[in-house]
Design a protein around this ligand. Structure first.
Ligand SMILES: Cc1ncc(COP(=O)(O)O)c(C=O)c1O
Length: 425
């Protein structure tokens, strides 16, 4: 049979493989250990930190979807990142993008500065001289995250892979924002893909998990050894849940994307919206690259509210179909204010330099009916409009904002006092 399409691979992940009873849905192996066949005759499995049949089904399915030789499942997206870093040492340089996920940035920074685990060079991949900057760093590993968070900037994976090859560097791509349904970095020349499966792959906001897919079998084996050695492998129950989520990945993504396109269209016509950040827009600086290297533009987008910061609370309070929360990629629509949430620990100047304005809002568009999402946004904009016309936010909003700003100041002080908390999100 010819190679199956992603929707088939995902839908049939683990299906009809049970050798014991012929269960169509694979059983969940909640065991820490396994009986030997006889003295000195171990079976395929011996201990679940090392190997677990349920976890292996998920790893194999993700490896197939990403086109890699080996898929490893970890407890969180962060532990998948930590696992990839086992391929470099104190003499090596890691290049990271200036706008990578904050938790990844915190890991890279603290391992480099406090543990001297490797040397770190931060590069803005959007600058014209990004290639020269990377060449000058002579990295052993290059880390890419595309589209970026929260401004959806695009990095050219193919060009970076070609550059990595000339430098003999390992290219790692964090593919969390798109999932294997919309982008396959290994086919574009990357060596390793990491995912926070917490997001689109599981898709139901009910577990945290991670995955690492290696293109090369020997690299995969080495990292499998490290995963067992470090103890970062994921739990069987989480793998079971994630397999269940994975089976609907392709149809979910279709609906996510369809809704996102309609929401973007609506936002562009809104007088209370400034710039809309979505790679699907022709005027987006990364549109052409995104079109070439992705199978779709995804369902993450950001926009600037064209009103004073004081009206953000009015907008968020009015919403019913968008939940104010940090994460992304679940079937439910989420909304987030990067300035005070995901990127809160960057001071105002750093946020400005990164392009994160005070009224920037990020949406993770879910699979609800798009008309309800649009109606919800419309009535929230109307609430802001009414508040502006009254010329002041409500007293309740003002007091909430005062409390929020006191809290933010207090948190900022804590971050300053404790460098370990400096990138806490
Ligand atoms: C792009 C990206 N990579 C990695 C992570 C870390 O994943 P987890 O929260 O599952 O540890 C996240 C989490 O938000 C993320 O957005």
């Amino acid at each position: 049979m010819s190679k199956q399409h992603s929707a088939t691979v995902a839908a049939r992940a683990g299906i009809a493989q049970d050798s014991a009873y012929g269960a169509v849905t694979p059983p969940l192996y909640l065991t820490s250990t396994y009986e030997l066949k006889a003295f000195k005759q171990p079976g395929k499995y011996d201990y679940s930190r090392s190997n677990n049949p349920t976890r292996d089904l998920l790893g194999d399915a993700l490896a197939e979807l990403e086109g890699g030789a080996k898929g490893l499942i970890t407890g969180t997206g962060m532990s998948a990142c930590l696992l990839a870093l086992q391929l470099i040492g104190p003499e090596d340089t890691l290049v990271i993008p200036h706008d990578c996920y904050g938790g990844s940035y915190r890991l890279f920074l603290n391992l480099a500065t406090r543990k001297k685990a490797f040397k770190l060079v931060v590069v803005n991949f959007q600058q014209a001289d990004w290639v020269e900057q990377i060449k000058a760093a002579q990295p052993k590993m290059i880390w890419v995250e595309t589209p970026s968070n929260p401004l959806l900037q695009i990095t050219d994976v193919k060009a970076t892979a070609e550059l990595a090859k000339t430098l003999n560097a390992i290219l790692v791509v964090d593919n969390t924002f798109l999932s294997p349904a919309l982008q396959n970095p290994l086919a574009l020349g990357a060596d390793i893909v990491v995912h926070s499966t917490t997001k689109f792959i599981n898709g139901h906001s009910d577990i945290v998990g991670g995955a690492l897919i290696a293109k090369d079998a020997a690299v995969g084996d080495e990292l499998k050894w490290w995963a067992n050695c470090l103890g970062v492998t994921g739990g069987a129950f989480d793998a079971y849940q994630t397999l269940r989520g994975l089976r609907t990945l392709l149809p979910r993504i279709k609906q996510h994307q369809h809704n996102a396109e309609l929401v973007v269209d609506f936002l562009q016509k809104q007088p209370l919206v400034g710039r809309v950040y979505y790679p699907g827009l022709k005027e987006h600086p990364g549109h052409a690259i995104a079109k070439a290297q992705q199978h779709g533009f995804g369902s993450m987008l950001s926009f600037d509210l064209a009103a004073e910061e004081a009206y953000l609370a009015v907008f968020f309070a009015a919403l019913q179909c968008f939940t104010l929360a940090q994460s992304l990629g679940g079937i439910e629509s989420l909304i987030c204010h990067p300035g005070s949430m995901t990127h809160a620990s960057l001071d105002a100047a750093t946020q400005k330099a990164a392009g994160i304005g005070p009224t920037l809002i990020r949406l993770s568009v879910g699979i609800e009916d798009a008309q309800d999402l649009i109606a919800d946004l419309a009535q929230a904009f109307a609430a802001v409009d009414a508040a502006i016309k009254q010329n002041h936010p409500t007293e309740k909003v003002q007091s909430e904002q005062a409390a929020d700003s006191a809290l933010a100041k207090n948190e900022q002080q804590q971050f300053r006092l404790n460098p370990a908390l400096s990138v806490l999100w």
